[in-house]
Design a protein around this ligand. Sequence first.
Ligand code: NAD
Length: 436
Amino acid sequence: MEALTDMKVLLCERIHPAAEAAFHQAGLRVERRDGALEGASPSELAGTAILGIRSKTEIDAATIERLPDLLAIGCFCIGTNQVDLRAAMRRAVTVFNAPFSNTRSVAELTLAEVVALNRRLVDKSMLMHGGRWDKSSAGAHEVRGRTLGIIGYGHIGSQVSVLAEAFGMRVVYFDIVQRLPLGNAQPRSSLSDVLREADCVSLHVPATPATHNLIGAAEIATMKPGAMIINNARGSVVDLHAAAAALQTGHLGGIAADVFPEEPALNDAPFACPLAGLPNVILTPHVGGSTEEAQRNIAVEVSEKLARFVRTGTTTSAVNVPEVDLPSPLADQLRILHFHRNVPGVLSRINGIMADLGVNINAEYLRSNAEVSYVILDVDPVPADVVETRLSAIPETIRVRTIHEQGEGTRRVDGQHAGTGMSKGPQKLHLGACGP
Ligand code: NAD
């Protein structure tokens, strides 16, 4: 792969080293900062085109204004709450994250808990730590042949399904969307069907108004006596007071919870929960997805998305701008990437400028959302700076960026000799094109 430019990537918050390696491989220049972005000096910020953050860096509109060269933000984590996505979109700053890099980690924890609850492992371990030996098989079960009910058969739920079948479990599931069953798992047409049938119910739904207290007293009452609940999804999904009451009466046989309605923001902060101290309860501090493998996966996934965005303009899986999946730019072609406010008439003005310049358009892509549009043109050789100057003059333009083979110093428009087209300005950035 040809080297890209000297484009600067600033990685904050000790992002996994796999990200740096991926950026170096793509020819980008990486600088690191151990802490969050807050407090970074002007020289640290200067020239930052790609910003990598985790959850401690807050990016608001003012921060984005302080980074005039910023093209994209990589959230090297699952969520993007820490970024003002709309402010970023309005400045054509594309935001990526890695929503599914820890899927397997959550699925593995879930299976570990299915076994641990069925063997009452935590209670036995606690007794041993307290100096008591209690060798007994009472209340301990194999999971083989038992029925696991999965609510939400998405990325995690379907992985749990595969792992559970490998343990010899029967799997039934319910999802509001029709999902293809994996292995021998069987879909059910309602939540209540799954609740009635399952020996253990595992929740893998998002936090939405519809999933708020999805499992409350009424739902628990329909479950089999001794059934178990695992919630590694979101704290709002299970009514913990109802669950605690059902554990105390013995109607529920055990609970594992990794997520809670209120979670402390800092380590070592006090934590209270109605399940604390009850028998056969596993409590974990929202670590379902926290493994070294997941951190590495996140680093690779986000840096690859960013590198592809830089190289081709592809915004697939971006969380705040229209998604466009683009092939690598062709040699001897200029790729023009134009973000503009989504109002009528801009596309025809862009095309008008191309016609005016006598530029042959070989490919054109357009995607819009309610506020911004992203147009990509692959055109025959033309001086990048001329194109940028003309397109920047359209009042709705937010950003023009061009990608072409580095070293192509001279381009022609209508037979006129033009400059290198390698000038830089806050709204413009030329990159060396990079083939696969
Ligand atoms: P996903 O989007 O791939 O799957 C969610 C599934 O739930 C989808 O198939 C959706 O159709 C289904 N669904 C939505 N509402 C439903 C409802 N009312 N009833 C039944 N099904 C419904 O998400 P995912 O990556 O599998 O994540 C699942 C959950 O796990 C999310 O809440 C996520 O935040 C959480 N999560 C937790 C951790 C952790 O550390 N504990 C880590 C990652 C994800």
